[in-house]
Design a protein around this ligand. Structure first.
Ligand SMILES: CC(C)(COP(=O)(O)OP(=O)(O)OC[C@H]1O[C@@H](n2cnc3c(N)ncnc32)[C@H](O)[C@@H]1OP(=O)(O)O)[C@@H](O)C(=O)NCCC(=O)NCCS
Length: 181
């Protein structure tokens, strides 16, 4: 499939109902993300193709250091650069807010995601953690999963030419285009 123009922007109040309409019943993900965002604990970056939400990634602002979590692209939109656009937008958001590193965890049995992160410059730290979490699957069933994640990190110097996402136009939550400095 030809890649479509993807716009990544911060979750806003007016997006919540639209995104929720595509979620399985009872998932409650985007509403929880909005609640946390309103508390200043989180920022959800959402990728759109036209008026269709095709993926998202959460910056967990309450983690120290800040972590990129819950990166997810609609199955029928994978392999078209949406995941890359979300990670690049997350880095641009971090840069714009004065941060020079971003951490994330990737499941040890998820080589596809790991390859994406490594291609974008993330480096394994060797630190692992095992977490058990509840989620609602695509059919609306409540599930519990346990996974072991390895922590990856990318560090950049905002003043040098190789800072991430330098050329990226990042569309902010208020709809105005903003070039990262
Ligand atoms: C992991 C995930 C987020 C990646 O999203 P994605 O949109 O498929 O990512 P991209 O398209 O940017 O990159 C995936 C591959 O497609 C390739 N690709 C990117 N743009 C492309 C295009 N226009 N045409 C063809 N291939 C393309 C990339 O080169 C990349 O290949 P590589 O990483 O194997 O080298 C997605 O697979 C997903 O949601 N998985 C389920 C949830 C998950 O595992 N999340 C990660 C948790 S840590």
């Amino acid at each position: 499939m030809q890649p479509a123009f993807v716009e990544v922007r911060e979750l806003s109040a007016s997006d919540v109902d639209r995104i929720e309409a595509d979620e399985p019943a009872g998932k409650g993900f985007v509403r929880e993300m909005w609640r946390l965002q309103m508390l200043g604990r989180s920022m959800l970056l959402v990728a759109w193709v036209g008026d269709v939400p095709v993926g998202s990634g959460q910056l967990d602002l309450s983690a120290a250091p800040i972590e990129l979590k819950n990166l997810n692209v609609r199955p029928d939109r994978r392999g078209q650069g949406v995941g890359t656009a979300l990670v690049v937008a997350a880095e641009a958001w971090m840069c714009a807010h004065g941060h020079t590193r971003l951490s994330l965890g990737v499941a040890v049995d998820n080589p596809a995601a790991r390859r994406l992160y490594e291609r974008l410059g993330y480096v394994a730290t060797g630190e692992t953690s095992t977490v058990t979490y509840d989620y609602v699957d695509a059919e609306g069933r409540a599930c519990t999963a346990t996974e072991t994640d390895e922590s990856l990190v990318k560090v950049w110097n905002a003043t040098v030419a190789d800072a991430p996402a330098r050329e990226t136009t990042y569309l902010s939550g208020d709809g105005r285009s903003r070039e990262r400095a």
